[in-house]
Design a protein around this ligand. Sequence first.
Ligand SMILES: [Zn+2]
Length: 283
Amino acid sequence: MDQVSPWRLVTVHAHPDDEASKGAATIARYAAEGVTCVLVTATGGEEGSLLNPALTDVRPEQLARRRRSELDAAARRAGFAEVVRLGFRDSGMPGSPAGRHPRAFSRVPLLEAARGIVATIRRVRPHVVISYPDDQSSYPHPDHLRVFDATRLALELAADPAALREFGEPWRVPRWAWSLWVSERFERLAEALRAKGVALPWRPERRGQDELVRARVDVRGFVSVAQEVLRAHETQVDPGSGWWFGLDATELEELWPFEDYHVVGAEPGVVLDGLFAGLRAED
Ligand SMILES: [Zn+2]
């Protein structure tokens, strides 16, 4: 069912495939409700490896171009109306030589990193912006840390009438959300995977960011879409991986039918039903 909606959402990610592993079911749900969803991807994922053992013909120099078309296919499947590529280079893991490249996202001046996000916010005028959380100690990839810092600056500048006038009228984004995982989701998933004999890719004692949760999106009916979004990144996922695909969408939705978010400035102790609660009349 296609509905026309005046509601808009922008999500900022570091690499192609991050939009698949973080919040794809949320996007699928809101896109199905008619929300205009725009994806901002900072880098081309140039430092990714070929992780699909079935694709033996892909040469390393072809990877960046492959990842570009994979991102287009994934974004279409998720329901994004548009993909904005900031055009920076993947910084690689901490300490990698890629981090010293002059166009590495984590190395360019912060204002330069934020400019394209400001331009997108002023043009799209989103009601919700999603980024990663301030504390990313469980996965401190330099480009992911930069997504947080650049988004924070972009939200300030987008609202400031005196800043970056070349990008048009100021826009104050009413809601900034951070995508999170809660401990119970880790625990339930770990238990279900263990029962199938699948080795966990994280330490069993890994904790979530439960204390930060302020909104929960019910994604029942959309987890299968999220799995297809992930499969669209065919160089980056092993279709035989038990961790990624050992549980089907029905099993995953039974385990944890939500995606969890922090909402900056929201009252502690209250968990909103969805990212548009209190903004849209129907929520
Ligand atoms: Zn990433």
